[in-house]
Design a protein around this ligand. Structure first.
Ligand SMILES: [Zn+2]
Length: 282
């Protein structure tokens, strides 16, 4: 029965399988547009399948006597405030203990400026994240330099940003350069991590650095024993309270502890942080 005023719908025509195919096609287009749009906007990138490490890939000693000696100059290049604490703070604490002079270069402010207007307070984020980074890096005695690149959209090939990074790296006169591995990447990596690492590695030969130690790498050939530093590392992560607190902080601590134990198991240690070490020159 049809109620008064109700429009009679046209009866669909054609075989049932053609109609089904059409509606599946429509749903697929909507799915691709939505998921593709989210992927395009978000700053994480997929690297699948991951690139295999070279085989064989023997361990290497990046001149440990020099690395862990008083006055050794370490320059760290990262994408955001919190990267240094998240990825390598056990190693940085160890270096600080042995008397290293650490300079931390943070290429973006971590201000989330790639969010649509009104979704986040960029100025406030920048202020809070600067403060957190400065406080955290006091834990391993580092000077911090912010280069102010756009969070989530850091393009190291943009001439002004490139020059800024080169000047900062050269001026810090490193013996060792630490940055993200942009060649042997985990399946998911933030584009600012990858891009800052690529630029730092490309610029490394212009600096005084003899070694580059690449972190967040899937091809590790050097492991720093960080067993003694877990509690310090754990506290440093919590300094970034705007990013990690409550359950999220507990979850992150668990993830990082597991990672350090895995790196430890790979190297015959209890806990370790693994790197891909590259020698630039003698
Ligand atoms: Zn980051």
């Amino acid at each position: 029965m049809r109620l008064k005023g109700m429009r009679k719908r046209d009866k669909p025509t054609g075989p049932w399988w053609k109609r089904a195919l059409k509606s599946v096609g429509r749903m697929l287009i909507i799915f691709v547009v939505i998921v593709g749009g989210i992927y395009w906007w978000n700053p994480q990138r997929l690297h699948y399948p991951p690139r295999k490490p070279p085989s064989p890939f023997p361990k290497i000693d990046p001149d440990s006597a020099k690395l862990y000696s008083n006055g050794t100059r370490i320059t760290v290049v990262v994408g955001h405030p919190d990267d240094a604490e998240y990825f390598i703070s056990g190693f940085l604490c160890k270096l600080h203990d042995s008397g290293a002079k650490i300079h931390l270069i943070v290429v973006t402010d971590g201000d989330k400026s790639y969010y649509p207007p009104g979704f986040t307070n960029v100025e406030e984020n920048r202020k809070v994240r600067h403060e957190e980074q400065i406080k955290a890096s006091q834990g391993y005695g580092a000077d911090v330099e912010f280069l102010g690149g756009p969070d989530g959209r850091y393009n190291p090939d943009e001439p002004q940003l490139r020059r800024k990074l080169e000047d900062a790296m050269v001026a810090s006169k490193p013996d060792y350069l630490l940055c993200f591995d942009s060649e042997f990447l985990p399946v998911v990596q933030h584009r600012d991590h990858e891009n800052s690492g690529r630029a730092a590695l490309e610029l490394a030969p212009k600096t005084s650095a003899k070694w580059v130690l690449l972190f967040a790498s899937t091809a590790k050939n050097f492991y720093a024993d960080t067993d003694k530093y877990w509690s310090q590392r754990s506290e440093l992560i919590a300094v970034h309270a705007s990013q990690f607190s409550g359950e999220k902080l507990a979850l992150i601590r668990g993830t990082l502890m597991e990672r350090e134990m895995n790196d430890g198991a790979e190297s015959g240690l209890n806990m370790a942080e693994g790197f891909r070490a590259i020698k630039l020159h003698d």
